[in-house]
Each structure stands twice: as C-alpha cells, then as structure tokens.
Design a protein around this ligand. Sequence first.
Ligand SMILES: Cc1cc2nc3c(=O)[nH]c(=O)nc-3n(C[C@H](O)[C@H](O)[C@H](O)COP(=O)(O)O)c2cc1C
Length: 325
Amino acid sequence: MRLMLAPMEGVIDHTMRDLLTSLGGLDRCVTEFVRISDLLLPPRVFHRYCPELKQAGRTPSGTPVYLQLLGGQATPMAENAARAAELGAPGIDLNFGCPAKTVNRSDGGAILLREPERVHKIVAAVRRAVPTDIPVTVKIRLGYQDRELLEENIGAIAAARANELTIHARTKVDGYRPPAYWEDVARARQWTTMPIVANGEIWNPADASRCRQVSGCANLMLGRGILCRPDLALLIKADAQGSELEPLAWPQVQSLLLKLFEQIVDNYDDKYVGNPIKQWLAYQRSYFPQAALLFERIKRLRAPVEIRQALLDQPPSLAERARVA
Ligand SMILES: Cc1cc2nc3c(=O)[nH]c(=O)nc-3n(C[C@H](O)[C@H](O)[C@H](O)COP(=O)(O)O)c2cc1C
C-alpha cells in the first residue's frame, strides 16, 4: 500500500511536508499548486513552491515531492512542466480538481472537467514535454456538476499516458461535504488500467480499510485526516498489516506544533506567526480535546513569546478540559 499526502493550498507547505513526512508512513507529497497562465515561470517561482528542489525534490526524510501545476492551456503547461523537471522535480502533478471560484473563472481546476478533450490535450502535452522517467500524475474530482463526463475524462487522461490518477471522490458541486463516493472510484477503475489512487474522507484506519475495500484501490491519498492526526499514515499501514501501533499522544503533537513554530518564527511577520499554528490546531481539535483548549488560549495571541509559552505549557488539566466541553 502507498499513501500520499494530499496537496492543500495555504495549509501544506514545505515546513508541514517536512513535519508530516518525518513521522513516517507517507510515500509521496505534492506541492501547493503553481498557477500557470501563458508565461514560462522563472526558476525562483518553482523553488519558492518547492524548496525541496535543492535536495533532489525530497523532504528531509527522503519522501519525493511532486510539483503541482494548475492551468488550462496545453503549451504553457508543457513548457513549465519541462522546466520543473529540469530543476529536479521527481514528478509533475496536474490539478483538475480545484473548486475555487477565482481559479475556475480563470480557466483552471475542476471547471476543465467539462471539457475532456482539453484535459487530454493538456495531459498529453505535459507527458510529451517531460522525460519519460519522470511520472506525470493527475488529480480530478468525479466531475464538475455531475458524473456524466467521468468516463470520458478518465479515457482522455489514460489516452494521454498519465502515469497515475488520483480521484477525489466528489464533484466540484459537492465541495468538501461528506460523504465521499468511493463506489464511483470503483466504477472508474473498470474503465482503465491506469493506476488509480482514492481520495476523500479518510479520517482513521477503519475509513482507510473501507475505502480500499469499496474503491478497490490499494493506494490512498490523505488530506484533512492527517492534519487532525499527524500519524494517520503510520496507523493505517500498521492496521493493514494487522499490527498494533500506539497512536501519538497529545504531548507529542504539542511538540510537533512547537517544532512548526520554531521553523516559521523567523520567516513570518510577528503579527502572522501564530496563523499556521492556529490553522493546524483548528484541524487537530476535532480529534484532540487538548487542541481545542490550546486553540482557545492562543487564538487572540499575537506576540511570538506568548505563543511560544502557550505551546510549551503543560497540557491542560482534565478539570479545564471539562469546563470547555
Ligand atoms: C484547504 C484545502 C486546500 C486544498 N488545496 C488543493 C490543491 O492545491 N490541489 C489539489 O489538487 N487539491 C487541493 N485540495 C483538495 C485535497 O487535496 C483533497 O483532495 C481533499 O481535501 C479531499 O481529501 P480529504 O477528504 O482527505 O481532505 C485542498 C483541500 C483543502 C481542504
């Protein structure tokens, strides 16, 4: 089984990739999307999105990071993909799943699923432009409005010789609302021999097991679930092998938060340095009650010394926990 870390714009940058892959269990990451219009972007842009390019496109723990491109025009997508490959990206990932209005209005993301021919052109052009030993992967949703074009889109992507396809098992219109329709991923698998990765609503090892069963996919992509439980990939792999693994306890999660803080404190304006911490806590609090308490404590803090102190403090007492609950 392979487990991929989902790309998450504004949430999973190179620091988060480093922290999450350092725990083990993840086999691949993807950068945030690089928006391609009609220009060939300068190398510094690729390095900004993927500082790992300086280390052969791998996180410090050795996990490959594919460079994600988003755009609606085949030629500039191909030129930029070729440049990313030259700069050392171990793979190129193409985004046809983004639901954001601004992105869709400017001809990128999930809106392209309404035009399988264009999807084909883009994927084929990128595949041709990138050396054959560098994988070109694609990520889609089930469709834009509905699933009517799913089979055509899959055919278009397979005919363009993409190396792998991840399906986020919802339409654009479904947004991020549960459920994820893993059974539609199973249907999609019947139309192609291209390897397919299933994605959506995997929050714990039991979900992973059901998703693999229903979709028939061996390989999964983890998004919000691994932000809630940073050791989710390890737990899923252990569960699949029938072994028991002690889940991360809150103090270990707290030390990850502190690690994140120390890595970003010098790069952010003081006013904003708490934001990534608060953002991560907002995910974690659905699993760790202590994260909800810590979030409440720091949500209005701005000064880095105060935030650091809150992160260093002992986990709140049970009494305090009960008060918040
Ligand atoms: C805040 C946020 C940002 C995202 N950014 C991207 C992105 O840049 N590219 C992409 O292909 N998907 C993006 N996604 C979608 C995720 O990669 C994933 O497909 C989705 O969250 C479903 O998986 P999950 O239910 O495990 O979270 C984003 C999702 C969220 C919540």
